[in-house]
Design a protein around this ligand. Sequence first.
Ligand code: NAG
Ligand code: NAG
Ligand code: NAG
Ligand code: NAG
Ligand code: NAG
Length: 478
Amino acid sequence: MLSFSQFPVPLFFFLSILTLQCLTSIAAKCHMDDESALLAFKSGITSDPSGMLASWKAGTDCCTWSGVACGEDNRVTSLSLSGQPGKNEILSGTISSSLSKLKKLNSLYLYDLKNLTGTPNFLLGLPEIGYVYIENNKLSGRIPTSIGNLTQLVALSFFGNQLTGPIPSSIGQLTQLTQLKLGDNLLTGTIPKTFSKLKSLNYLNLEKNQLSGSIPNFFNSFPELIILRLSYNKFTGNIPTSIATLAPQLRFLELGHNYLTGQIPDFLGKFRALDTLDLSSNKFSRTVPKSFANLTKIFNLDLSRNLLVDPFPILFVKGIESLDLSYNNFHLGTIPSWVTTSPIIYSLKLAKCGIKIKLDDCNPKTTYFYDYIDLSENEISGSPIGWLNKTDFLVGFYASGNKLKFDLEKLRIVQTLKDLDLSRNMIYGKVPKAISGIQKLNLSSNHLCGQLPPTKFGANSFSENNCLCGSPLPPCKA
Ligand SMILES: *[C@@H]1O[C@H](CO)[C@@H](O)[C@H](O)[C@H]1NC(C)=O
Ligand SMILES: *[C@@H]1O[C@H](CO)[C@@H](O)[C@H](O)[C@H]1NC(C)=O
Ligand SMILES: *[C@@H]1O[C@H](CO)[C@@H](O)[C@H](O)[C@H]1NC(C)=O
Ligand SMILES: *[C@@H]1O[C@H](CO)[C@@H](O)[C@H](O)[C@H]1NC(C)=O
Ligand SMILES: *[C@@H]1O[C@H](CO)[C@@H](O)[C@H](O)[C@H]1NC(C)=O
């Protein structure tokens, strides 16, 4: 076989010319406007530690640059850059308004770049844009009032930025929208009534803003809506009656952390597809409707921190994954059997629910998946040793303000445990060495005794016990 060095010089020379010609003809593919628009974007980036834009070089075919895709006529149709959580994939700098020169751009994905600033105004120069996901960056300013001109938009997300001001009512003109995500910004004002024209919406996310006023009664306009997230705002008033029309298909209904009032509506029991219902931290009062018995498929139910009263209905759910009924005016007496029989439960929070059991008598079917258990402020006696014997992934256990009575040295403390609050019980024995892996600990007001193991916690994690001693408490008497 011929090796490379054996080529006669003229042939080698000829091959080189050929290669160069190929390169120039490829380079000619990228449209000039697109290349200069992308290079201007790159020049607005002040730091790119992971080299995300390293392949973006003037004179090379921009259709081959990482994150860039071209369509007909070699025009850029898609720009997609994303950082991955935990990695050093950050872009610092300002989004160049020159991106509006990408006249054929159909989709723009800028995910988790974290330190990308600028405003969304350049989008107005892209009348053909269909998909915009600029998530978890540092976009600021207002959503442009004329955003309604971008009528080809199918999906619009500014989730996780620092946008301020009101939501423009012109968004109602974007009648092709299937997804609208404006959550986790600093938006104020009310939800525009014009949203009722967005008949194709399947996902609406406005959570984590400062939106106020009542939730408009326009939900008969969204026959496709599957996910509705409005938590962490300042909404007032009742749950609007038209939400009832979402019953056949809605899977996520999240209205937590607002100022909503009134009774939880009976019609929610008809939401047969519901996977997650979050009404926590509002001012809902009276009873939970009996119709909840029909929520047989619900996995996540959070009604905590409201003003709800007994009786709590029996649910015929096949397996609940997470349940939080804490801090209402319930007197459940026991942990409901539809909870203890769940084969898939991982988070159980029943703080101040009027539970009066001996914990040893409670034999949950599956304890293996638990990561959080909160039974604080009840009248629970006995010991959690049996229950916690098979929880391999427990992260937080909270049982302060009960009547627990057991030897702390016999409690299994798994390596995943970060948060343990057993204050105000009748727990005895010594403090075990295994607490060293915990990040937050409270053992105050119990009957513990003996020398503390080496610990990073302050004295108030151990205060008001019988005879604990050693740093950070006074030294033990010899
Ligand atoms: C974010 O960008 C600013 C200014 O462009 C810079 O000072 C800062 O160090 C950047 N932060 C990170 C985490 O890269
Ligand atoms: C939006 O569209 C209207 C009507 O077509 C036009 O008058 C207006 O200039 C457009 N606004 C922007 C910012 O392009
Ligand atoms: C559950 O649904 C059935 C059928 O729709 C209905 O007849 C029944 O009354 C419902 N149960 C409750 C407790 O609302
Ligand atoms: C906890 O588990 C260990 C080993 O599986 C077993 O020997 C022990 O009896 C269990 N303790 C309780 C209280 O269930
Ligand atoms: C421990 O709990 C008690 C009462 O439950 C509380 O007053 C105290 O502040 C807590 N201490 C720490 C360190 O969290």
